[in-house]
Design a protein around this ligand. Sequence first.
Ligand SMILES: [Zn+2]
Length: 65
Amino acid sequence: MKRSRVSIPQSRSSFLSIQCKECGTQRVVFSASNTNLNCEKCNTLLLESTGGKALIHADILKRVD
Ligand SMILES: [Zn+2]
């Protein structure tokens, strides 16, 4: 009997540690943020608000619980 597949819950918002693809600056963001977020060093858009789960334009390093 197969066990159900374990996956990262998509519906639960969480904090994520992300890294800017341009300059490598790391920061922690809220995955359901309702505001856009730019890198404080190079001003690259890191997180884009969609009204629901935000789009992340940076490398996601890990979840922060
Ligand atoms: Zn940057």
